[in-house]
Write a new protein. Structure first.
Length: 240
């Protein structure tokens, strides 16, 4: 536990020093709460706050919620909706906004295990009602995660993960974004996970977010109904 928090502190100051001397690295902050009604049905809510510089120049926030249904041990369906707000660059929440959006998104997640390695494929469609009109968008993410460390109550304390996601549309230029994430997760209890990571995002001529390098930190809370037997947080909720 002490080693984990010492690592976070060292990473924080290292990134702050690097960002001041070389590049602007932003912050990407996540709070996620999931309620497992039973082994198949769950509900979630999430809020995110992002900045273009290291905890300054805050330009984006979102809040969303949805429902998950596990149709198979290796497949899960999700329906989510939320509000997504993007401000102009140059300071904290600079107006007028670049984008004011309400979004509905169904998705399918497929899982496969190879030993301890967990492979994930996520397919998402987004129906976007924005201040600039209505748009469709499609996303595909491929990721892998590996749990390790001491086992406690049938779960591992640590996990490393990596993913790459592409965003594209049904209109030219079709390709919009590429997002890569490398993360380290620590699970202090059955109900909580702490994530720290590095996220790189490349954008092609879009205004609902800005391509940049980000320091990501997330806190994930999972609540279990008495009829639920799940003991781990699914990897897909760690980067919505």
């Amino acid at each position: 536990m002490r080693v984990f928090f010492l690592t976070i502190i060292m990473l924080y100051f290292s990134i702050n020093t690097v960002s001041a001397q070389t590049i602007d690295i932003g912050s990407w902050n996540i709070l996620n709460v999931k309620f497992n009604l039973d082994d198949k049905l769950s509900f979630f809510g999430e809020g995110q706050l992002r900045s273009l510089k290291f905890y300054s120049n805050f330009h984006y926030y979102e809040y969303k919620g949805g429902i998950n249904f596990k149709v198979h041990k290796n497949a899960k369906l999700t329906l989510g909706a939320g509000s997504y707000q993007t401000y102009k660059e140059g300071g904290d929440f600079v107006v007028p906004k670049n984008n004011d959006e309400f979004r509905i998104w169904p998705q399918v997640i497929l899982f496969q295990s190879i030993g301890k390695l967990k492979i994930e494929q996520r397919y998402r469609s987004e129906f976007r009602f924005t201040s600039n009109g209505y748009f469709n968008r499609f996303r595909y993410r491929f990721g892998a995660s590996y749990p390790f460390g001491k086992e406690r109550n049938e779960y591992k304390l640590f996990q490393i993960s990596a993913s790459n996601e592409i965003f594209f549309t049904d209109k030219e230029p079709y390709f919009e974004r590429n997002r890569m994430l490398f993360a380290f997760n620590y699970k202090p209890s059955k109900a909580t996970t702490i994530q720290v990571g590095y996220l790189h995002q490349f954008d092609y001529k879009i205004n609902d977010e800005t391509g940049r390098d980000f320091f990501q930190i997330g806190y994930f809370i999972e609540i279990f109904h008495k009829t639920s037997k799940n003991t781990t947080i699914d990897s897909d909720i760690k980067d919505n």
